[in-house]
Ligand binder design. Sequence first.
Ligand SMILES: [Zn+2]
Ligand SMILES: [Zn+2]
Length: 549
Amino acid sequence: MKKQNTLKIRFLGGVGEVGKNMTAFEYGNDIIVVDAGLSFPTEEMPGVDLLIPDTTYLEENKNKIKGYIITHGHEDHIGALSYVLKDVNAPVFGTRLTLTLIENKLKEHRLNSVSLNSIRAGSSIKLGCFNIEFINVNHSIAGAVALAITTPVGVVFHTGDFKIDYTPVAGEYTDLARISELGKKGVLLMLSESTNVEREGYTVSETVVGETLDKVFNANLDKRLIIATFASNVHRLQQILDLAVKYKRKVAFSGRSMVNVVESAKRIGELYVADNLIIDIDKIKNYRQEQIVVISTGTQGEPMSALTRMATGEFNKVVVGAGDTVIMSSSVIPGNEKMIYNVINNLYKKGADVLYETLEPIHVSGHACREELKIILSLVKPKFFIPVHGEYRHLKKHARLATTLGVNENNILIPEIGSTVELSSKSMKFGEPFKAGTRLVDGIEIDGSDSVVLRDRIHISEDGIMVVVVCKDMLTGQLVSTEIINKGIVIGDDTLTELSSLLSKSLDGVDLHLDDGITAKNHIRRSLKNYVFKKTKKNPMILPIIMEV
Ligand SMILES: [Zn+2]
Ligand SMILES: [Zn+2]
């Protein structure tokens, strides 16, 4: 009897973490990849710019890959594409705004041989043995979709990132009618996002933010307004632009990504900008403060962002002072608290007033809370369930929630990065894991998360570096001179003198003429290390350099 094929779902990222979402669906000789996101490094990874999924598996199965399906344009869903496409090129599918944001990235990476295919919510495409239907959902970015993937074993419903907003600012509602139709016909497996599973109730509508911002505009008629928000949240931008018109203010954008997104969103009609509303940031000095709204990047306190530089007085285009009210219209991404509160403190020091999430509802989440997750579960009524897009505790809680809504406990799996789930029309189980993990990107790519480069950076950042230069005569091998250069170590003159004599002593027994350098370097390290530790309680990186003169 011919062995029944199963659908293999491979998790490359986005489970056990919030970030770098990437899932591959494989059946026979066909693979489709849903999302290709990045995440940002933690403080334990100095100098690393971003993290992307390890895509070795995709590289090894290049010829099976039929395309990338992108649910929406957030970094945790599109951020890795420019890197992944370099190794595994395949057509990319997404809604217009999603593709526009991807296009900007591909340009930066000079990737111009990628096929970008625009799709609409309500339509479907066929890739290999898969039929993929796109379903409109609300989220904190326009053009977000959920996916109904018809596979040879049954229908798989993937929520993407979503919330249920009955009063969205623009565009359609989450298409509950279509979702319930799919549920009635029978959904074999649902993958649902878990970000806000710990929050009771419903997510507040985006419209409420507009109402709060209106109050803020009204209460600050004599102030300049500086609003920091995510560039990709075009519905938020739209509300701010509309309020600027209402209160007869001009708008200036600051931050490169902000200007890029506004341009793109305007071009494809996702953002309506009234005539003569926008002025160049260099022109704001020609207006009175109460005639201006500055919309800026830097909601997370990113060191190089416009807002952070305003707060420290390094951004001369916008000099912040007592005439300013700054509004942080964004959430605090866990891990960024320190940087964000730094910026807020500095803005207060400059005399500005600052409004942020904990004080006013000037931001709402783009992710479904418990009641919304329940609605989707009860409409879709999947036989099998896999919670995704969350840290382990989110996934665990979402799994529990699903059981209370009738999903059999044995029909739920919580995958990790590298897990393969095998799905047939009758069963779901873990299969053989595959090679997966994290790639670190630092301008160039560093391989492996325990890389030597990282360890060195942490070592140097904590304990400093000591460079020991030893000059020897090229012909005789005689010691000519020594020098010790310290960076990041607090060291007294006495200690330095002592170190110099220790250094000379350490080379006494070494024949520099015959030495290949290794013996001498080891002698130097050993003799200096203990003494430095005794004096400074630090263990700096000691880097001996032997030069011939
Ligand atoms: Zn998102
Ligand atoms: Zn996301």
